[in-house]
Ligand binder design. Structure first.
Ligand code: 0O2
Length: 221
């Protein structure tokens, strides 16, 4: 009934999504810089890979509705912190905290909230470190602080979360309790494996004998 209002909202929505997309680019660049620096310094990559996504319009509308907010472009920025999402997959558990602290220490980044689902896993076994940060993005006529959710987890935690997400969202489960229990057991086994892998890495580091100059230099190739 009101084409002008509709077109206006659409354009505003498009612009806002473009801004979130730019915020993702900024965060990814910062993480890539950290990974590049650490990989030269320590000869291993603490970050295995980085992925990102912009929340889909239907998911945005659903979340606004769930929170009892009006479904409008204005309420997106006010209400939601995870429209822009960056996922960082690390090799070892200690890499997660190192990357997180290096990121939030940067003086243009503001930490809004941190949820540590590693030290306090969710009841279903989900583990990950979630940071809600604000990062400045420079546009033609303004500098805008944009909110981004950064999820940092190990390959093992990611393996569990991806499969659990697939299983949970694609099926209506009858014997839900039993499945939930099994998934939780898998999450605990995976977490124990993460701890062992870290301890193996530390043992290897303690026992590596790099007396030979060329052996030492080989790592720089
Ligand atoms: P998608 O598809 O990833 O966008 P809040 O934002 O504070 O109101 P919320 O959204 O529960 O509350 O925040 P929280 O706990 O930080 O979790 C948000 C995101 O973490 C989820 O986004 C998932 O990506 C991930 N996550 C949280 N719990 C689980 C879980 O039990 N299993 C899996 N696989 N992922 C989880 P979305 O919006 O649900 O989905």
């Amino acid at each position: 009934k009101n084409p002008e209002f509709f077109i206006n909202q659409t354009l505003q929505f498009q612009e806002l999504m473009m801004m979130y997309d730019c915020a993702i680019k900024e965060v990814k660049t910062k993480l890539e810089v950290l990974n590049a620096e650490l990989s030269v310094r320590y000869k291993r990559n603490p970050i295995e890979f980085i992925s990102s996504r912009i929340k889909k319009p239907v998911s945005i509308a659903k979340k606004l509705q769930k929170k009892g907010k009006i479904i409008s472009v204005d309420s997106i920025e006010e209400t939601l912190s995870d429209v822009a999402g960056v996922r960082v997959i690390c090799s070892f558990v200690d890499d997660i905290y190192e990357i997180a602290s290096m990121l939030v220490r940067q003086d243009d980044i503001a930490l809004v909230e941190q949820k540590d689902y590693i030290n306090e896993p969710k009841l279903n076994g989900y583990r990950s470190l979630h940071l809600i940060i604000e990062i400045p993005v420079f546009f033609s006529d303004q500098k805008k602080m944009m909110r981004v959710e950064v999820q940092i987890r190990t390959i093992a935690m990611d393996f569990w979360a991806s499969l659990e997400h697939q299983l949970r969202y694609k099926h209506v489960i009858n014997n839900e309790e039993e499945i939930t229990k099994e998934l939780k057991e898998c999450a605990d086994i995976i977490a124990a494996t993460d701890v062992r892998m870290l301890s193996i890495r530390n043992k290897i580091q303690e026992n590596t004998n790099e007396e030979d100059f060329l052996d030492k230099m080989e790592k720089f190739d």
